[in-house]
Each structure stands twice: as structure tokens, then as C-alpha cells.
Design a protein around this ligand. Structure first.
Ligand code: HEC
Ligand code: HEC
Length: 351
């Protein structure tokens, strides 16, 4: 009897709690059963992440656009690209990426294992042929030895390459930020201004409507009507990338598409037109420029955008009427409150 009551309690109360938009302190990232973490697998994934063999012309690797110094983003409005091509979106941070229910700004990949294969194959990112990559990795004795240790034999398949990279990515975490310590009861973990900013974030600013949970993200997509990056109209290489991706995702009028359709590209649901995934805000001070197209250079610009009720025609948000002082306090909270404790990082030795 008692057990049944507990089950009913958990079934009804937990979802309500997680939908309520509460901030939560960091907790361990979820590890899928099909790809358990081992120290050897993480180390192998780290080597592959930084190995230039992953790119067609041997000049770049995942770390080129996901730089540990910049919380695994690349500091550019629109990310780096394969020579002669151009990318079309901003490189997101990879900290706490293991929490995401969807990967990419439009959520077109569900797991880190699936996601990792995209940039390797992508014509405008690493532009590598995966069948070839399997053989290239197999030609390196150290790798064959490590694959044998990790997976039981030396078969260097693309799926295993992706599994090792995903295991490494699950170790990229940002935690022990002042916000975590504050939520765990350390009353003075936030400075007085950051505390005021926290109150705005969770109150008048309504930020926790979307930025909540341990990773400050709701795993949803919203059409805030973020302005287009003008480069989308002026750079023919970006237009080529946009048409290419749209064609691959069966967007019928891909030839005349002159803006980023966001989540609509995947669902074809009109409510998803120009909707983008709510990103984590952890390490936000290190990951400028902001938004899916890097249109805002500073946090001041982002805060102004939200304060004026977001972009023209959006039906999601209304103006906030924050004073200059409140905007500043909100920024202090974002910068100080969400910076995790420093973590050591050493680059791997590539075989
Ligand atoms: C040339 C630059 C570039 C390279 C190289 C690159 N990425 Fe990315 N990465 C991006 C951009 C840009 C996005 C966002 C693309 C989008 O949303 O359409 C992204 C998105 C991601 C995401 C999704 C994160 C999120 O918040 O949704 C993950 C995970 C990721 N990359 C991992 C990798 C891995 C692993 C590699 C190497 C195999 C890699 N990236 C190589 C630029 C790059
Ligand atoms: C309706 C949901 C929603 C609310 C409310 C909301 N955000 Fe966001 N936020 C988003 C989405 C979606 C994006 C990504 C938009 C894009 O990429 O084009 C975003 C992006 C951001 C970014 C840029 C992150 C990055 O890495 O580029 C910051 C900073 C931010 N929000 C802070 C705030 C603050 C501060 C508030 C409260 C004043 C707030 N947000 C309220 C959904 C929301």
C-alpha cells in the first residue's frame, strides 16, 4: 500500500516539479547504457577530438571550432569552416552538452554519438569521408591498440569513433559555480549585485521560464525572432551552405530560401519557423558572440534584446521594463554566478 502511494507521488509530482522552471544545482550528467564511460574510452575520445585526421584536408579537428579556452566555442559570429566554404551558424559551447535532449541549434541530432558523425561528414566543416577515416585510423598502430583495449578488438569503425568522442564530451562539464553553491545553501556564494541579478533572473526578468534545471535550459525551441545576421544575405558561400542543408532536409523551396528556418527545417511545423534551441547559460562570459548566428557581440546586447521583448513579430515574450541598474545586476549574475570552478585541461598527445 505504502509503495503504491509513493509511486503515485513520484509519477505526479516529479514532472510537475521539473516543469515549474526552478534552477537546480549541477548534478552528474546522464550516461547512456549503450555507451558506458571508461577512463580509456574517454582518453581515446579526447585524442580523436583533437586529431586533424578527422578532416579531409588534415588541417582541422573538433577542437578548432570547440576550443577549451573558450568553453569549447570558437569566439566567432559564424563558426569556422572547411577551406573555400563557409559555415552558417555560431559554434555552441560543449560544456554540459551531455544534458541536452537535442543536439544542434535546431535539434536535428538526438544523441552525442549521432551528432559526432555530422561535423566529420559535413562538406563545410571537417569534410571527411567516413569509410576512408576508418581505414586512416586503422593505419595507426597506437589507435588499433587503444580500440582493442576499449572495445575488445581493433575494429576502428565510425560508430566506435563517435562513441569514444561522445564519452569524452560527457566529461566536459561546468559545475561548482557560485549559483550551485548558493542553491546548496551557501548564503553568500553570490556577491550582492549577483544576488540582485539572480532575483531578476528568477523574478521580473522571467528568464527561468526557459532557462531552468541544472543546465539552465528547457530542452525546447522558441521563435524569439532573433535578427538575421546580415552576412547571410551578403556572403554567397553562406547562402550555398544554407541551400545545401535545406535541400538535405527536404525543404522544397531551398533554392530561394534566404533566411535560417531553425527548427522548422526538421519538423516542417509552422510554429517552429525560426525557432531555436534554448542554450545553456553556463560559462556564458566565455562564449560570445551570442545566439545561433552570433548576432549579439555582448551580454549587454542580449539583455537589451530580452528587455525590449525580443525581435519584431515574436509572440513569445513581452518587454520587461528593467532599469539600467537591473540590467547591470542581471549581467553580473550571468558573468559571475554561472562561471564554474576552474578545471585543469591538458591536450592529448596525438599518435
Ligand atoms: C568547422 C567548425 C566546427 C567543427 C570542426 C566542429 N564543430 Fe561542432 N558545431 C559547430 C557549429 C557551427 C555547430 C552548430 C551547428 C548547428 O546547430 O547547425 C556545432 C554543434 C555541435 C554540437 C551540438 C551542441 C549543442 O549545443 O547543440 C556538438 C555536440 C558538437 N558540435 C560537437 C562536435 C564534434 C564532436 C566535432 C568533431 C567531430 C565538431 N563538433 C566539429 C562547429 C564545428
Ligand atoms: C521563451 C524562452 C526564453 C526566455 C524567457 C529567455 N530565454 Fe534566453 N534564450 C532562449 C533561446 C531560444 C535562446 C537562443 C536563441 C538563438 O539561438 O537564436 C536564448 C539565448 C540566450 C542567451 C545567449 C546564449 C548563447 O550562448 O548564445 C542568453 C545570454 C540568454 N538567452 C539569457 C536570457 C536572459 C538573461 C533571460 C531573461 C531576461 C532569458 N534569456 C529569457 C530562450 C529564452
Amino acid at each position: 500500500m505504502k509503495k503504491t502511494i509513493w509511486i503515485i507521488f513520484i509519477a505526479f509530482c516529479l514532472p510537475a516539479y521539473s516543469l515549474a522552471g526552478h534552477l537546480e544545482p549541477f548534478r552528474d550528467v546522464p550516461i547512456p547504457e549503450y555507451n558506458p564511460q571508461t577512463p580509456e574510452k574517454v582518453e581515446l575520445g579526447k585524442k580523436l577530438f583533437f586529431d586533424r585526421r578527422l578532416s579531409g584536408d588534415g588541417t582541422t579537428n573538433c577542437g578548432t571550432c570547440h576550443d577549451p579556452e573558450l568553453a569549447y566555442s570558437d569566439g566567432l559570429e559564424i563558426s569556422l569552416h572547411y577551406p573555400t566554404t563557409r559555415n552558417w551558424r555560431n559554434s555552441p559551447t560543449l560544456v554540459n552538452v551531455a544534458f541536452h535532449k537535442y543536439q544542434f541549434h535546431d535539434g536535428r541530432a538526438a544523441t552525442l554519438e549521432d551528432q559526432a558523425l555530422f561535423p566529420m561528414m559535413s562538406a563545410f566543416e571537417l569534410n571527411q569521408n567516413l569509410e576512408y577515416l576508418e581505414e586512416e585510423i586503422r593505419s595507426v598502430p597506437e589507435y588499433v591498440e587503444e580500440f582493442t583495449k576499449v572495445f575488445g578488438d581493433g575494429d576502428t569503425t565510425k560508430e566506435r569513433i563517435a562513441m569514444a568522442i561522445a564519452a569524452f564530451e560527457r566529461t566536459l562539464i561546468s559545475c561548482d559555480a557560485p549559483l550551485d553553491r548558493f542553491l546548496q545553501g551557501e548564503a553568500d556564494a553570490l556577491s550582492p549585485d549577483a544576488l540582485k541579478g539572480y532575483e531578476i533572473f528568477t523574478g521580473k526578468g522571467k528568464c527561468t521560464d526557459c532557462h531552468f534545471g541544472p543546465n539552465l535550459a528547457d530542452d525546447k525551441f522558441h521563435a524569439l525572432q532573433v535578427p538575421e545576421n546580415p552576412e547571410h544575405l551578403t556572403d554567397p558561400r553562406i547562402a550555398a551552405t544554407r541551400r545545401f542543408v535545406a535541400k538535405v532536409y527536404h525543404f522544397e523551396e531551398y533554392r530561394t530560401l534566404d533566411e535560417d528556418p531553425g527548427r522548422y527545417l526538421i519538423t516542417k511545423d509552422p510554429k517552429d519557423w525560426k525557432a531555436f534551441k534554448t542554450p545553456t547559460l553556463r560559462e556564458i562570459a566565455k562564449t560570445a558572440p551570442y545566439m545561433h548566428n552570433g548576432i549579439f557581440a555582448t551580454l549587454d546586447e542580449v539583455i537589451d534584446f530580452f528587455n525590449t521583448g525580443c525581435g519584431e513579430g515574436n509572440t513569445v515574450l513581452k518587454p520587461l521594463q528593467l532599469t539600467a541598474e537591473e540590467k547591470e545586476q542581471l549581467k553580473v549574475f550571468l558573468v559571475e554566478g554561472l562561471a564554474g570552478a576552474p578545471r585543469d585541461f591538458t591536450y592529448p598527445k596525438i599518435p
